[in-house]
Design a protein around this ligand. Structure first.
Ligand code: NAG
Ligand code: NAG
Ligand code: NAG
Ligand code: NAG
Length: 670
């Protein structure tokens, strides 16, 4: 009898636990279907879909109650986390236990954090990220090894024995890319990291973009890793060792000891476990620097983007090394903008003789520095450079004058306009920005400069030789700067380090395919820059939404909580809006985790309506409450709550003034 009751109770419990999620699921499915329909009908989420929400869905939204405690709601918002799936493919000489060891090492390491913004005011965003590593063996080993071998056999011996032979990246890349495409169609989307442990070849080698060996005249930086156009990267552990970094000393030097994972493979043989632990730390480093890179600056969503290329030159302009069509094509084909966004390029020319302010900017910004060189005795050499801050100041102050001189129309209809000023000087000496840079990115402009001087020895070195900068070639520096100013993409060597609590310079990942840094020659963008450009816009807006909601919650708490502030009908609407907002934000986060940036953008823009509605509800209710307080409670005067109300009123007026603009362009400005 007792056991029968027990079974009966158990049966009821199972029934209940099955039934509960089923209604929840149905609601989610209904909401999913409804919002998917809305996304098709109104892809830019220009209208608030709340009013057309079916009554049944509204009811389920109202049914799940809020936690009474506002701190819980805040922590729910702050716990939104983008999960980053990473598949580590072990190619070549690995035991069958290796994937499991990699997984366990990776999960033991601390691998979740907030997204960061570096730059003038570094801070973290309200959104987190978490690494999920899966690992498996891959059978590509012999195919890749043979491809490298046949290239090495076909190439002539190097001038001296220890020199590295250069193998084109494409030799290995097309094999890896094919494998990636096969894998990627068969499993959930993720980033792929291929670790190639193939054993040494007959000659030492490393990779370059083309197979030409470096001439003695100028250094070519060889690398051992490549980031693809698609979401994969590969590292050849047997190639190299290559050394690259600042020539003298200082930040970003690749440690030359045997402890750095990229060179440790060339040391004495070690146990597989030690090797795998080094490889895991390399995967974690790639994760931080490449897969969840810091934002250079916050970037808001705009309906239309305009890049203005302003070439300021002497009497006979020379366009070699400054190919605007190439820059435009590179940026266009990288799909940096959203489908609903327009990206327009325009170019202008102006002579120095027609633009007095341009000459003035150069003259006022030219500075000199002295350095000591040892010839026969110590001699002082005076060199010149342009002070970028001063140029930026002058150009910002005289936008109108430059515009008049270059006949640039006023562009009101664009959400964001980025001028790229190129000063092409007929001057024989070298003149760089702040002594070292060909182009510098500012929030509101890019400044680039060149003279007739064609090359200079930089302060960077590759395998013991100085890197030569081709100072007349501006395409690559301009592409890198535009990526920073327009899309907030950080250069590959800059990232936030939570351990150091500051921005670190590390050139480990600055070879292969990247438009940044002195060690690569490619101007094309890898998945790292492509993804960052679109993700940065989402992260900035999401950060904005989350922090605004938290503000609203705080003022609600200051007014005694939702129940006290909102009466019956309003309270129901508040709960519905809140649950819808939370649902949409979760959708944004999950779409980003699946690399569906367009979908994430739709939900984010759609959630603006709910954010605005919540804002309005709370404001109106608090206004009523304040009126009551003032009427009935003459003495004592509620100073604290009135001043809080003032702050809130200011906020609301600001929102209200901007309302049309917000609803028109969906800019996050309130
Ligand atoms: C948005 O609402 C306006 C006015 O209610 C309407 O004219 C327009 O067609 C709607 N747009 C979409 C995409 O539903
Ligand atoms: C994120 O939100 C905080 C708080 O509103 C703000 O100070 C910060 O500038 C925001 N960051 C970005 C990148 O938008
Ligand atoms: C340095 O060498 C230059 C010529 O090479 C000479 O004119 C000058 O006097 C020398 N200075 C010193 C301090 O020896
Ligand atoms: C990081 O540095 C900033 C200032 O540079 C300081 O205000 C902050 O407290 C530091 N954070 C930690 C966790 O040390």
């Amino acid at each position: 009898m007792r056991s029968k009751t027990l079974i009966y109770v158990l049966f009821l419990v199972t029934l209940a636990s099955h039934a509960a999620p089923r209604t929840g699921e149905a609601a989610t499915l209904g909401l999913d279907a409804f919002l998917a329909g809305e996304a098709r009908r109104d892809p830019s989420a220009s209208n608030d879909s709340f009013t057309s929400l079916p009554a049944a869905l509204k009811k389920t939204l109202a049914a799940s109650h809020l936690s009474a405690d506002h701190a819980t709601l805040v922590s729910q918002l702050l716990s939104l986390q983008i999960s980053v799936p990473v598949y580590v493919k072990l190619v070549g000489d690995f035991s069958s236990a290796a994937p499991g060891i990699i997984r366990s090492f990776a999960s033991a390491a601390l691998t979740s954090d907030r997204f960061h913004v570096i730059g003038a005011t570094p801070h973290h965003l309200a959104i987190g990220h978490a690494l999920h590593v899966d690992s498996s063996l891959s059978p590509l080993g012999s195919q890749i090894w043979n491809a490298i071998r046949s290239h090495l056999e076909a190439s002539p011996s190097p001038l001296y024995r220890s020199a590295l032979l250069s193998v084109p990246y494409s030799t290995v890349d097309h094999i890896v890319q094919q494998d990636f495409q096969r894998e990627n169609t068969n499993s959930a989307p993720g980033f792929y990291i291929y670790l190639l442990n193939l054993g040494s070849q007959s000659k030492p080698y490393a990779y370059s973009v083309d197979s030409k060996d470096a001439s003695l005249a100028f250094t070519k930086c060889l690398g051992t890793l490549w980031t693809g156009k698609d979401r994969y990267l590969w590292i050849d552990l047997a190639a190299g060792p290559v050394e690259y970094g600042p020539a003298i000393s200082g930040e970003g030097v690749i440690p030359r000891g045997e402890f750095h994972p990229l060179s440790s493979l060339h040391g004495r043989p070690r146990s597989e476990k030690v090797l795998l632990s080094d490889l895991t730390s390399m995967v974690l480093s790639a994760y931080r620097a490449l897969l969840v890179p810091s934002l250079r600056i916050p970037v808001l969503y705009e309906n239309s983007l305009l890049i203005q290329f302003i070439h300021v030159h002497g009497s006979d302009p020379d366009t070699t090394g400054l190919d605007w069509t190439f820059i435009k094509q590179t940026l266009k084909e990288s799909e940096l903008a959203y489908k609903e966004q327009s990206l327009v390029f325009k170019s202008y020319n102006v002579k120095f003789s027609e633009c007095p302010i341009c000459s003035y900017a150069i003259a006022r910004s030219t500075n000199s520095y002295t350095s000591r060189f040892l010839f026969e005795n110590y001699t002082l050499i005076v060199s010149e450079y342009l002070d970028s801050k001063r140029m930026h100041q002058i150009l910002s102050d005289s936008v109108e004058e430059v515009r008049r001189a270059a006949a640039i129309p006023e562009e009101e209809e664009y959400g964001k306009v980025l001028p790229v000023y190129v000063f092409d000087l007929e001057y024989d000496k070298l003149l760089l920005l702040d002594r070292y840079h060909q182009a510098i990115a500012f929030r509101n402009m890019v400044i680039a400069v060149r003279t007739r001087s064609s090359q200079t020895v930089s302060d960077y070195s590759c395998n013991g030789r100085h890197v030569i900068t081709q100072t007349r070639h501006l395409d690559r520096p301009i592409i890198g700067s535009v990526l920073q100013s327009m899309w907030g993409v950080s250069p590959t060597h800059l990232s936030w380090s939570p351990q150091h609590n500051s921005t670190l310079v590390d050139y480990t990942w600055s070879v292969g395919q990247t438009p940044f840094g002195p060690f690569s020659e490619t101007s094309s963008l890898s998945f790292i820059q492509r993804d960052a450009a679109r993700r940065n816009v989402l992260l900035t807006s999401l950060n904005y939404t989350i922090t605004s909601v938290i503000d609203v919650l705080q003022s609600m708490a200051a007014h005694g909580g939702d129940r006290k502030l909102l009466k019956e009908r309003k309270h129901v609407e508040f709960v519905q809006r809140w649950n819808l907002l939370k649902y949409k934000l979760e959708k944004v986060v999950s779409a980003i985790s699946h690399f569906d940036f367009e979908k994430a953008m739709y939900f984010l823009r759609s959630s603006d309506h709910d954010l605005y509605a919540i804002h309005t509800l709370i404001y109106e209710a608090s206004q009523k409450l304040e009126a009551l307080l003032v009427c009935f409670k003459d003495p004592p005067f509620p100073w604290a709550s009135v001043s809080l109300f003032g702050v809130f009123l200011f906020g609301f007026c600001y929102v209200y003034a901007k309302r049309d603009k917000i609803l028109k362009s969906k800019r996050k400005q309130f």
